[in-house]
Design a protein around this ligand. Structure first.
Ligand code: PBG
Length: 345
């Protein structure tokens, strides 16, 4: 093997002096890099989103989200146990009712024996305060039309989501979740005024200590695709009349301000990776803790690329979570919560 030869160029680089600042000094070893790292990930601030499904007797893998399951109560408790062991701070429960249990108003959403409340109750019973039980407070899994609110006909004969008629249903749902044992309710429906109504209802029923994580800046977009399969969504069309337009940044700040004014204890930006600019602005602006939701589409993209051998799965998971944290998230919702916590251990 012959020695590689450098091209014959002047070593003084045309008279330019040697670099006077050398940032590479702080990258010379892993110990040095750890010493100067600005960003740390802590599993205590991870949230594992989970699905509990009615009418199944074994966990069912979601085809567009390999490694994520619709759970039975038994398998849910097992997944939660693994999460707790790994140090994950919270679990966010979504309910998947049978088609017969969906209706116009989503009444199973606030039924004490509805699938979501059953899951919440089982988790709280099993883990007490060792795991923060968060519940999704939204009707879309429970309505037969798949929208996040009830429908009405407007003055021109169009079917539209009725913001104000939906609010009391969210209040009922939040109270039922608090009763079931939720530490945190998480309204994700993007109806105007939802936080104020939910806070008032929780307080009126004696649940002053149940906190609210508001999905404040939630964008309508393509990244929720796999989630629709995960919850057996019946939605036709889209959610563009209530979720935010991906072209807009300013309204994210207004939504956050409104939610804080209405009583949100924590706010969220969703999705995460495609919206790091929004996350960064919200983190600068917010006076309450900020969460970011690494959504189904983000999970599926990385999983698919890794399955093809195009990306290193574990490294890419860590890169993505680190970026979300660096952009300003305190709390991260991720389907990799348990696995990432194990990697950090
Ligand atoms: C709606 C809701 C959605 C998600 C969380 N809550 C779907 C939507 O808004 O269409 C998406 C989560 C994900 O994609 O991982 N209640």
């Amino acid at each position: 093997m012959s020695e590689p030869t450098l091209p014959n160029l002047p070593t003084d680089t045309y008279g330019v002096p040697a670099p006077s600042r050398r940032p590479r000094r702080l990258r010379t070893s892993a110990t040095m890099r750890n010493f100067v790292a600005e960003t740390q990930l802590d599993p205590a601030q991870f949230v594992l989103p989970v699905f509990i499904a009615e009418g199944i007797d074994a966990p069912r893998e979601i085809s567009a989200m390999p490694g994520v399951y619709q759970h039975t109560e038994t398998s849910l408790l097992k997944a939660a146990e693994e999460a707790v062991k790994a140090g994950v701070g919270s679990i966010d429960v979504f309910g998947v009712p049978t088609p017969e249990h969906k209706d116009f108003a989503g009444t199973q959403a606030w039924a004490a024996d509805g699938i979501l409340n059953k899951g919440v109750a089982a988790l709280r019973r099993e883990f007490g305060d060792d795991l923060l039980v968060m519940s999704d407070t939204c009707l879309d899994e429970f309505t037969d039309h798949g929208h996040c609110g009830v429908l009405t006909t407007d003055h021109y004969g169009n079917t539209v989501v009725d913001n104000d008629a939906t609010l009391p249903l969210y209040a009922a749902m939040a109270v039922s979740q608090a009763r079931a044992g939720a530490h945190i309710v998480s309204p994700s429906g993007m109806m105007d005024g939802q936080i104020r109504v939910i806070r008032a209802a929780l307080d009126a029923e004696g649940f002053q200590d149940v906190s609210i994580l508001a999905y404040s800046a939630k964008y309508a977009g393509a990244f929720y695709g796999p989630f629709r399969e995960a919850v057996g969504s019946t939605l036709q069309g889209d959610r563009k009349t209530y979720q935010q337009d991906p072209r807009n940044a300013r309204e994210a700040i207004m939504e956050v301000q409104l939610d804080i004014d209405e009583g949100a204890d924590m706010v969220m930006v969703k999705p995460a990776l495609p919206y790091l600019d929004i996350l960064s602005q919200v983190a600068d602006y917010s006076t309450v803790p900020v969460a970011a939701y690494q959504v189904s589409g983000e999970y599926s993209m990385i999983t698919a690329a890794a399955q093809n051998g195009w990306l290193d799965r574990e490294k890419t998971i860590m890169d993505s979570l680190t970026s979300i944290r660096r952009a300003g998230a305190d709390i991260i919702l991720t389907y990799w919560a348990t696995e990432a916590a194990q990697m950090l251990a």
